[in-house]
Write a protein that binds this ligand. Structure first.
Ligand code: SF4
Length: 423
């Protein structure tokens, strides 16, 4: 049985117990949230060293970091280092988006070393491995696609992005309505390519019941991909995106009915003013399934700084109710992230998640800021270091720019806390 089915039957699983302790909430309350699908606990039965987390209503906003090889860079050692960065800087989950090297081996090594919740996008490996067999992705049979999903589920992947909501009807809407940046999801574009070549419906939609069977067997949480997410703010909230969202709402119902945990992915590039509306739409159409946003990026003109453009969007999204944020690194739109990009992306995303938690009233969030304010006033540098998000950075600046005074080198003897010491 899956976490969802066990919760429905009234069982408080060891995973629910652990998550309840981490979130500082009552385990019966959490069981109830899991039983209704408002919270998911991605926990593949084959991921043996997993430290489980919960994603969804009333819980802390979680963040994901993407790692993985490309055709140009595919050294497993680099990916292991990135995984270690994810643990060190406290990502909640890691997604392996490998498209280069021995993808099966890379996945198995990473899962074996990962106590973090592990996600992936199965279609990436399908494309690469079918090429190695001398065929192209459009020639792939649905049965072969299901075999890949099964193999990855067996390996212990906790959650999978599957682009099942991308129907022919939604593609037609994109075509008739027009878009400035077209289809930018890699999984989405591959799926559309397959559909156009074969003149058939999306196989991930047609064979959704088979996918559900596999997901149920291993308790893989489905993360319903938004293959038509906008890739430019001018395309945000268009007909194609909303058509796909309507289908995702139906698929949420079917997943829950089959006992499969499910969450929904969302945009993408959208204007800041439209973020809250997008969150409300998803929550309403998808019956409060946990919402996993990819950014959102709120302006298209800052490559090199997209960890910032996305942290702005993600702060608004999390405040409006998004449950899970996919990080964006400074390398987005430019190249494969290196270790430092991974760090920058995680920290930016954690800031956004915390901003959201303050607004959502998540237990302990505001209190942490209160403690920081007091430590600052008291010039308690050790206290501030303990509370802050990145103690390493804190130390780096403090030791690099030492003040001759008890304060910091910004204002020195004019430090407001010294001027008004007894205020
Ligand atoms: S010196 Fe200036 S910046 Fe530094 S703690 Fe005091 S008021 Fe803040």
């Amino acid at each position: 049985m899956t976490q969802l089915e066990k919760a429905r039957s009234g069982e408080i699983t060891p995973e629910i117990e652990k998550v309840a302790i981490k979130e500082n909430i009552d385990s019966e309350t959490l069981r109830e949230l899991v039983s209704t699908g408002r919270v998911v606990i991605p926990a593949n039965i084959n991921h043996k060293n997993l430290d489980p987390i919960g994603i969804g209503k009333t819980l802390k906003t979680k963040i994901n970091a993407n790692i993985g090889t490309s055709g140009d860079f595919h050294d497993i050692k680099d990916e292991i280092k990135k995984l270690e960065m994810c643990v060190k800087y406290k990502a909640d989950t890691v997604m392996d988006l490998s498209t280069g090297g021995d993808i099966t081996n890379i996945r198995r090594e990473l899962i074996g070393k990962s106590k973090l919740v592990f996600g992936n996008v199965p279609v990436y490996q399908m494309v690469i491995d079918i090429l190695k067999k001398g065929k192209t992705f459009v020639e792939m049979l649905p049965e072969e696609m299901l075999e890949f999903i099964r193999m990855q589920a067996e390996d212990g992947v906790d959650y999978m992005t599957i682009h099942s909501g991308l129907t022919r009807r939604a593609v037609d809407k994109v075509k008739s309505h027009g878009r400035s940046a077209g289809i930018v999801s890699r999984g989405g574009s591959l799926t559309v390519g397959w559909m156009m070549h074969n003149k058939k419906e999306n196989p991930f939609y047609e064979y959704f019941d088979d996918i559900l069977e596999i997901a149920r067997e291993f308790d893989v949480t489905l993360s319903l991909g938004d293959g038509l997410r906008p890739g430019a703010i001018s395309d945000g909230t268009d007909q194609g995106q909303i058509e796909e969202l309507l289908t995702l709402g139906e698929l949420v119902k079917r997943s829950r009915k089959a006992g499969v945990q499910v969450m929904v992915e969302g945009p993408g590039h959208i204007q800041l003013k439209d973020i809250e509306m997008n969150i409300q739409l998803q929550k309403s159409i998808c019956d409060e399934a946990p919402f996993y946003v990819l950014g959102p990026i709120v302006t298209d003109i800052a490559p090199g700084y997209d960890h910032i453009t996305s942290a702005i969007g993600a702060s608004i999204a999390a405040s409006a109710g998004a449950d899970f944020l996919c990080y964006v690194t400074p390398a987005e739109h430019l190249g494969l992230p290196d270790e430092d990009d991974v760090k920058q992306g995680i920290i930016a995303s954690r800031i956004a998640a915390h901003v959201g938690d303050i607004s959502k009233g998540v237990k302990g969030a505001k209190e942490r800021d209160l403690k920081m304010g007091i430590a600052r006033k008291n010039l308690d540098w050790e206290g501030q270091k303990k509370i802050c998000l990145d103690p390493e950075k804190f130390n780096e600046v403090r030791t690099d720019r030492v003040s001759a005074t008890e304060a910091c080198s910004m204002c020195g003897s004019l430090c407001v806390y010294k001027v008004l010491e007894n205020f």
